[in-house]
Design a protein around this ligand. Sequence first.
Ligand code: AMP
Ligand code: MG
Length: 344
Amino acid sequence: MNTQHIKIDDPQAQEGELLQAASILRAGGLVVFPTETVYGLGGDATRDEAAKKIYAAKGRPSDNPLIIHVANPADAERYAVTNELYYRLAKAFMPGPLTVILPRRDTIPLSTTGGLDSVAVRCPSHPVAHRLIALCGFPIAAPSANLSGKPSPTCAAHVAQDMDGRVDMIIDGGESEIGLESTIVKIDGDGLILLRPGGITCDALSMVCANVRVADAVLHRLAENERPLSPGMKYRHYAPTAPLVLLTGKDEDVLAFLQAEQNRTRCAILCYDEECGALKHENLLPVGGRNDLQTQARRLFHALRDADTTDAEIIYAHLPPMNGLGLALYNRMIRAAAHTVREV
Ligand code: AMP
Ligand code: MG
């Protein structure tokens, strides 16, 4: 397949290009588009064939459901059974990086939801994503635009590495602002179950709903026979090719360990900006200031892909804290590292 590459800096001025993208989607084709979280691999969420094409392009197991993207929170009505808590969440966090799992209506085929009776709904804030969905008039099903198992793409160059030749169009809309996928919650009575941490933190959710429970699989490895609440939890994900090891311990001990490892092995290091001066320049990938979790989130997937372009046989990174945005970083990194944590 010949993939068309376009760049959209100003969605208002470039409505013609967006109309072209919408017509590809309307014809059942695939378009990769930018969102504030990561790039999405989009198809018409109401069409069975489009969902099947998405799974094929990603090499994704077809029981791992897709998130549907709507232009406005109330558009969810046609595709899902909403409730009062959904609208409270929408008022606080939409458009933005929050996905809510709701009971599915028949307008969304089972192939989109991986056979589930529920559907994941998100309303992105990125102006290109928003305008594209509005022009389509139907929801866009879009998982992250990476090959299954690879780190999610946060820029068009990374999308092209995985998706060139597999989709009809790639829209370059610059670097993703958040850099990690959306927070996913399931409404459970009058409470919420956090299925995937992301840009909307637990603390922020707690301001809207007093009862927020973190699903076990967010923090721990699932047992062999355990059934996850969210199918995606069971798959290895976000992983670079070289093994990733997460380090924990006192700052000075971790730094001394990294210095010794640089002399001993070919390693790549996702370091804090403050550590750059104390480490050899080679294969050093600064992810942001020690306490700047936002920058670390924005740069994580980019750094993991960059690590793969080095000759490193092992990748080291710091184990993130588990509070605030740290929980989202922790969840992605622990899975990218297949739970390999080393205390130094
Ligand atoms: P991605 O599209 O790559 O961001 O991944 C979407 C994630 O949302 C997957 O890991 C799914 O497990 C989760 N998800 C989507 N729909 C549902 C649903 N109906 N119930 C539970 N989890 C879902
Ligand atoms: Mg993904």
